[in-house]
Design a binder for this molecule. Structure first.
Ligand code: SF4
Length: 306
């Protein structure tokens, strides 16, 4: 394990946890992520719809954090990521939430969109890490600073980042982040170096390594193929699995100025990305078309939080 400077809650006073680098005092105002200095989350529950090696027995022990540093216009978790729904909790309470999930039989602790609360998550893990026997999974949109990822060394077992866009035009249009690929690609390399080779337990659950997720978007298959090529050129199948997602859903909340997002991905679009990934020798997961449904959006009801 490399020794890294631990990120403390002091960073909230002038927040630069993610590439937005707002530099604001989150004890007094909210950043681009929509969050102040209090941990806010919308649900902590067993979640059965992740990749088979993440939800393999009873379900991932998922904590859905509120707020997001990306604000993608098509987000399926819009109510928590863009509308900031959730309840606040202390890091002591968050530590109890982790233990409660483990006691319910969770296959792992899965931190969903955790970046803006990393200092508190580290404090919570420090309180209970000696009692947690299940892996810690870090599930993020991929828009991360390398130094923030480096600070997690020794805390995270499995990284589950998105790699959403290659093109800066597309990332600017859908997430106001023209620099998305530059930051996400650097962060993903840091994640793979930290998590190392893929390792499984006897139940088929992933206990070490990285899964890169990519959601195929309407009219963006060439961008998706470029992402598959980057993954093949920059990672190894010993360390990385790829999850090619077919669950894009044209939600009602997508603004009118994005008419191209108001349809589902076609079979041809999705299959062309899967075909290229196979040609490149990538390993991982594909998804049935039936997963493109609003029924797979979690019901954010504060379960496990309050
Ligand atoms: S975590 Fe939030 S406040 Fe901090 S830099 Fe990122 S968007 Fe800004």
């Amino acid at each position: 394990m490399k020794l890294q400077k631990k990120i403390s809650r002091e960073i909230y006073n002038q927040c630069e946890l993610c590439p937005r680098r707002c530099g604001i005092d989150r004890t007094k105002q909210h950043g681009f992520c929509g969050m102040g200095a209090l941990i806010t989350a919308a649900k902590a529950d067993l979640h059965k719809w992740e990749e088979p090696c993440i939800s393999y027995k009873n379900g991932a022990g998922t904590v859905f954090f509120s707020g997001c540093g990306l604000h993608c216009v098509f987000c399926q978790n819009n109510v928590i990521s863009n509308e900031n729904y959730g309840a606040s909790l202390t890091n002591e309470k968050l530590a109890d939430v982790f233990l409660a999930l483990q006691n319910r039989g969770a296959d792992n602790i899965e931190l969903v969109t955790p970046t803006h609360f990393i200092p508190d998550i580290i404090e919570a893990l420090d309180k209970v890490k000696h009692r947690l026997t299940i892996p810690i999974v870090y599930n993020s949109g991929g828009y991360e600073l390398k130094e923030t990822i480096d600070s997690l060394d020794g805390y995270i077992d499995v990284y589950l980042p998105d790699l959403k866009y290659y093109s800066s035009e597309i990332s600017a249009r859908y997430s106001s982040a023209p620099d998305y690929f530059r930051y996400a690609s650097e962060a993903i390399i840091a994640m793979t170096e930290q998590a190392g080779e893929l390792k499984w337990n006897s139940d088929g659950g992933l206990i070490k390594g990285t899964i890169i997720r990519h959601l195929v978007l309407p009219s963006c298959r060439h961008d998706s193929i470029r992402i598959m090529e980057w993954i093949a050129e920059n990672t190894t199948t010993d360390e990385v699995l790829v999850s090619i997602m077919n669950q894009y859903t044209p939600f009602d909340h997508i603004p009118e100025e994005y008419p191209e997002l108001r349809r589902r991905v076609t079979k041809m679009e999705y299959n062309s990305v899967v075909k290229r990934a196979a040609e490149l020798g990538l390993n991982g997961f594909t998804q049935e078309k039936s997963s493109a449904s609003e029924k797979y959006v979690p019901d954010f009801d504060l379960k496990g939080i309050e």
